[in-house]
Design a protein around this ligand. Structure first.
Ligand SMILES: Cc1cc2nc3c(=O)[nH]c(=O)nc-3n(C[C@H](O)[C@H](O)[C@H](O)COP(=O)(O)O)c2cc1C
Length: 444
């Protein structure tokens, strides 16, 4: 991540803040202001109570994120889907074992930036924490983001979410009464960041995806306590174990959808070692901001694209704009009812997300929700082109029923009557330069 921060600085994108900033609310407030003012990456060099610098908004820009995948002109979803295929088929080792970095320093959680983001948050949170764990039966590594609440130097509380691989690992360890060894990685190279945010089928090593994105194996060292494979470039690594049969209060916390998730009884991580590289940069992530959403949207779109392209003809592109809960699919309709079949695949593709699915044709910008809704409203009957699936469970919060149900909007033209819905055009428009027509001295 440090190399990524340096790259953003060299590019002139990085904004640096030298003034002392309070980790309680002020850091989040400055981050929010900077996001409103242009969404550029930020580096805080002086955060009260810690010697570590704090970087944020590093992956908020879609073009920056796209550059981690490849430099082709292909739609992002298709390009990322191709890398997912390659990762699943990979036979070459995805990691290279190296010595622990010579500049590793050991300390306590209290040395790290303890950042409180929102008014009603129960305390400081690590929001860019990637949890690394190995399958208790097969040893296959998995990485996933899980916010972690700071309770004290010896304890963090984690919210795992039922459908995640980590929750499955933990359940199996718990069944035999064992704690699950984990490492929290904070500040990892971009390919590892993307791999951690991506769901891969059970049994697939997420380092395979990181290695495909990096185009080389990832250097890892064995964690001093857990022996788990930690990427050598990781800025901060917190080792510990998730206790079996132990749940304690976690939350409230202002999370990704913009609301507070109420307090719940969640998992307990006992801390065993805290290490960081000399001059470490800590990664902070404002939940629900573009940095939080851009990757989720992109990986969800890639996943849906892959499922669709395997099962149906005429799939052009998929986007999850404006946030990860809506999926818009662009198709070249092949038969009446094509859009409905698309919706079925989309709603099956990710049990948590995809609350709303819109289907459009090539002439609609699938990143522009105004254009999508305009197409829905103007291209046919809204009653027969709306699909409602009742009761189907979706994105989990602590109060589960808030996210049940699905809605599909078919915004394609009636099949066989497309000509009645050709978008009007004025011939010669592209060639007109207004200044050639206006009286001299007129102002536009
Ligand atoms: C930047 C980012 C932050 C995230 N934060 C959280 C989080 O705090 N809690 C959570 O349960 N999921 C969070 N997620 C979602 C999942 O953890 C993530 O998509 C992960 O890939 C799931 O991995 P798995 O399918 O291997 O379990 C986040 C995803 C991203 C991309």
């Amino acid at each position: 991540m440090r190399a990524w921060v340096e790259y953003l600085a060299l590019n002139g994108q990085l904004l640096t803040i030298e003034r002392e900033v309070d980790p309680r609310y002020e850091l989040a407030a400055v981050t929010r202001r900077a996001q409103e003012a242009g969404n550029r990456p930020l580096l805080f060099r002086n955060v009260r109570g810690t010697r570590l610098h704090v970087a944020t908004n590093l992956f908020a820009d879609a073009d920056n994120l796209r550059s981690v995948v490849d430099d082709s002109d292909e739609p992002f979803a298709a390009a990322y889907a191709r890398v997912l295929d390659a990762a699943e088929a990979r036979v070459a080792p995805p990691t290279t074992e190296v010595q622990a970095p010579g500049d590793l320093q050991q300390g306590s959680l209290t040395d790290l930036p303890l950042i409180t983001y929102h008014e009603r948050d129960a305390g400081p949170y690590f929001t860019a924490a990637i949890v690394l764990a190995c399958d208790p039966d097969t040893g296959v590594p998995n990485m996933s983001f899980h916010r972690a609440m700071y309770v004290g130097p010896g304890e963090l509380r984690l919210r795992l979410g039922d459908s995640h691989d980590l929750a499955d690992y933990q359940r199996r360890a718990e069944k035999i009464g064992q704690a699950l060894p984990v490492v929290l990685l904070i500040g990892v190279p971009p390919p590892v960041f993307c791999a951690a945010g991506t769901h891969l089928p059970a049994g697939i090593d997420e380092y395979a995806l990181a290695a495909e994105l990096a185009r080389e194996p990832i250097d890892v060292y064995s964690g001093p306590v857990t022996r788990l494979p930690i990427p050598a470039a990781t800025e901060v690594a917190i080792e510990g174990r998730i206790l079996p049969n132990e749940r304690r209060p976690e939350g409230p916390f202002g999370e990704v959808l913009g609301y507070y998730v109420p307090e719940g009884r969640n998992h307990v991580m006992e801390i065993e070692a805290v290490g960081w590289r000399r001059g470490a940069v800590f990664h902070s992530l404002l939940c629900g901001s573009r940095e939080d959403l851009a990757l989720l949207e992109a990986v969800n779109a890639a996943r849906v694209y892959r499922d669709l392209a395997r099962r149906l003809p005429g799939i052009i592109d998929v986007s999850c704009a404006p946030a990860f809960m809506n999926t818009t699919v662009q198709i070249r309709p092949q038969y009446a009812g094509h859009a409905r079949d698309v919706m079925d695949v989309v709603f099956d593709s990710h049990a948590d997300y995809n609350q709303l699915c819109c289907v459009v044709e090539e002439d609609v910008d699938l990143h522009d929700m105004n254009a999508v809704i305009h197409a829905f409203i103007t291209r046919g009957r809204v009653d027969t082109r709306t699909r409602i699936m009742e009761g189907r469970k979706g994105f989990y919060r602590d109060t589960q029923d808030d996210f049940a149900g699905r809605v599909g909007l078919d915004a394609t033209r009636p099949f066989g009557r497309e000509d009645e819905f050709v978008v009007k055009e004025v011939p010669g428009l592209d060639a007109v330069r207004l200044e050639d027509y206006l009286t001299r001295g007129s102002r536009i």
